[in-house]
Design a protein around this ligand. Structure first.
Ligand SMILES: [Zn+2]
Length: 362
């Protein structure tokens, strides 16, 4: 909690949703209240716990959704993130249940059968590298199913870390039909492509996997036109003993909190796809709205709680946008000034040099 919230504050975030796949799993009122309290005690930013959809993330029976909603943590977002709620009946029940308190189910869309042993995006390169492929349809099939279920029961769905062009199209179609569906994309999926797997560097091993250039372009367009509502980091720090392995044995996951805003500037603002008001909408207002948070994601107002970060964008005059997925070793990712919730100062950083793209984090 201490290091995670500190990373968030250093990235300019004044609040974060903490996923439920912790130890212990946040699947009871007691645990989510503890997460909420530990976040407050750490003091770097507000922490809003996400409750698990199923007990122990096991996908067998629903967790205490109502008790978590009624708890002091007032949970409104529920997710088995890290796992997919693949059972359609459980997903239907969860969507129905959260309607009572205006909650939302945030789905990690990954068909487990279609991704057994999967290591990287399925394509010509996965065949050449001999790594088991992770087909786009494994994500898209779950998203399509869940959009239909959401429309059927009249509930609210949020799709975590959309990574394929087909997923963007499904969400776009659901919104066109007026269904209550929101979606997010991650900075690394806006920046990097699957050809980086050829390095066998496990830093590029993420879930869902890095995809093709066409997918990256579709994600950027989806974020620009509002099909994708939110940029979320899917921040997944792992100890060296889990990540520093050969590709097949290394853990999935990448850091994101400290570099997210700079990557969004690099991929969306500097390319002319999004203005800064659009960035504020997708990284502040929309996440707060989806999580039903009233003290975040609003313009500064007299008498309102102070939640501010400050960004000093570095101009890219004369820079040519680099090709998606090609590392640029000398490109420092600018870190926003840390926010100071409640006026508290952040502890000094051990190393305060420029932050670098996740493709360079070791
Ligand atoms: Zn996930």
């Amino acid at each position: 909690m201490a290091t995670g919230t500190r990373a968030a504050a250093l990235g300019g975030f004044t609040a974060v949703h903490a996923m439920a796949n912790t130890d212990p799993v946040a699947d009871t009122a007691g645990v989510v209240e503890q997460v909420h309290r530990l976040g407050r005690d750490a003091g770097h930013c507000d922490v809003f716990p996400v409750g698990a959809v199923t007990v122990g993330l096991r996908g067998e029976r629903l967790a205490e959704l109502g008790a978590m909603a009624d708890s002091a943590a007032r949970v409104r977002v529920f997710s088995d993130d890290g796992h997919c709620v693949s059972d359609p009946l459980l997903m239907r029940r969860a969507l129905e249940y959260v309607k009572a308190f205006d909650g939302v189910i945030a789905q990690h869309a990954q068909d487990p059968r279609l991704t057994e042993g999967a290591q990287m995006n399925e394509g010509e390169l996965s065949g050449r590298l001999g790594l088991a492929g992770w087909p786009a349809v494994a994500e898209e099939a779950i998203i399509a199913r869940d959009c239909l279920l959401t429309a059927h029961v009249g509930s609210r769905l949020h799709v975590c870390h959309v990574s394929t062009a087909g997923s963007v199209e499904i969400v776009r179609d659901a919104k066109r039909k007026g269904w209550n569906v929101t979606a997010e994309a991650c900075p690394h999926h806006l920046l990097l492509t699957d050809d980086l797997a050829a390095t066998y560097d496990p830093v590029y091993k993420v879930n869902p996997p890095l995809r093709s250039t066409a997918d990256v372009e579709a994600l950027r367009q989806g974020l620009a036109d509002g099909t994708i509502d939110v940029v979320a980091t899917d921040h997944a720090p792992h100890p060296h003993e889990d990540k520093d392995y050969e590709w097949a044995a290394a853990a999935f996951g990448m850091l994101g909190l400290e570099t997210a805003l700079s990557i969004v500037q690099h991929t969306m603002v500097d390319t002319g796809l999004l203005d800064w008001a659009g960035v504020a909408e997708r990284m502040s207002a929309a996440p707060a709205r989806i999580g039903r948070l009233t003290d975040h994601g609003r313009p500064i107002e007299v008498g309102a709680p102070r939640q501010r970060g400050a960004l000093r964008p570095v101009g890219h005059a004369g820079r040519r946008p680099r090709h998606v997925g090609q590392p640029e070793p000398q490109h420092p990712v600018r870190r926003p000034q840390a926010p100071r919730p409640g006026g508290r100062d952040l502890p000094a950083r051990a190393s305060d040099g420029p932050r670098r793209c996740p493709d360079l984090i070791r």
